[in-house]
Ligand binder design. Structure first.
Ligand code: IGP
Length: 280
């Protein structure tokens, strides 16, 4: 584990709460029969949809207020909007999530569901079944290979989250095949889409690469796809307002751009990229 004093206070608090939860696992190991994530992405592509993992995130340290709607209704709305997969926060104290919510969502939909939490100990893997589980390279440190193996033994697919090139190398050394690059810096909690652009070129082609965080518009979707994203993980921009319409807009970002004049879209995207760089 890295020096935690570098992390934002909210993140440090999440991690200590996580350790208190570490012993809570149910008795016995879960055995998951997972819905394939890669297959779900392929189905979306075949259908002309950008593969989007839509995230049910009632609140977060960087969001104001809490969304009180039924998470199952939100999840169904995201799938109706074309989400290839879902992500469900199970961290209770800072994100308003729960393992019970994840169970209910997974029962209600037929797309793969990612469990979004701060897993740092093997026992936490047994808290609930999901199709994919997240391991954050920065937080699990040297335990990454062991936790990856423990998760796979239980049947989980594993998304390993990285934030820089060094963590990417560690994820690859550990044998990760699905890697997410988080555009949000966990030390400052600021978002920079340039993070994915700088890390992605160093990942081998056979890795499934996911751009995470800070994707808010169809132009952002195209920007991440141009940089090599196989799929995108989007929370806040979908949770803010009509989740079905928001999901649909992002999922259709490429199809809609093709339908209009591609040269015009490129020029507009380039201009927008310049302006967002000043504001984020
Ligand atoms: O709301 P955003 O900016 O679209 O981000 C979604 C997701 O990437 C973000 O919630 C996230 C990425 N990695 C995490 C780890 C834990 C909790 C949350 C996250």
């Amino acid at each position: 584990m890295e020096d935690q004093s570098e992390l934002a206070p909210a993140v440090r608090s999440i991690l200590s709460a996580t350790r208190d939860r570490a012993a809570e696992g149910r008795s016995g190991e879960v055995a998951v029969d997972p819905r394939g994530l890669r297959a779900a992405f392929d189905r979306a592509e075949a259908d002309g949809r950008v593969p989007v993992i839509a995230e049910v995130k009632p609140t977060s340290p960087t969001t104001e207020g809490t969304r009180e709607d039924d998470p199952v209704a939100l999840a169904e709305g995201m799938v109706a909007g074309g989400a290839a997969a879902l992500s469900v926060l199970t961290e209770p104290e800072h994100f308003g999530g729960s393992t019970d919510t994840l169970e209910r969502v997974r029962e209600a939909v037929d797309v793969p569901v990612l469990r979004k939490d701060f897993v740092v100990a093997e026992s936490q893997l047994d808290a609930v079944e999901s199709d994919v589980v997240l391991l954050i390279a920065r937080f699990v440190g040297d335990d990454l290979p062991d936790l990856l193996a423990a998760a796979r033994d239980r049947g989980f697919q594993v998304l390993v989250e990285v934030h820089d090139r060094d963590e990417l190398e560690r994820a690859l050394d550990a044998g990760a095949t699905t890697i997410g690059v988080n555009n949000r810096d966990l030390a400052e909690l600021v978002v920079d889409l340039g993070t994915f652009e700088s890390v992605a070129p160093h990942a081998p082609d056979d890795v499934t690469l996911i751009a995470e965080s800070g994707i808010g518009s169809p132009a952002d979707v195209r920007r991440m796809r141009a940089a090599g994203a196989d799929a995108l993980l989007v929370g806040s921009a979908i949770m803010d307002g009509d989740v079905t319409a928001n999901t649909r807009e992002l999922v259709r970002a490429e199809a809609d751009a093709e339908a209009s004049d591609p040269a015009e879209t490129d020029a507009a995207d380039a201009e927008r990229t310049e302006t967002t760089e000043h504001t984020t």
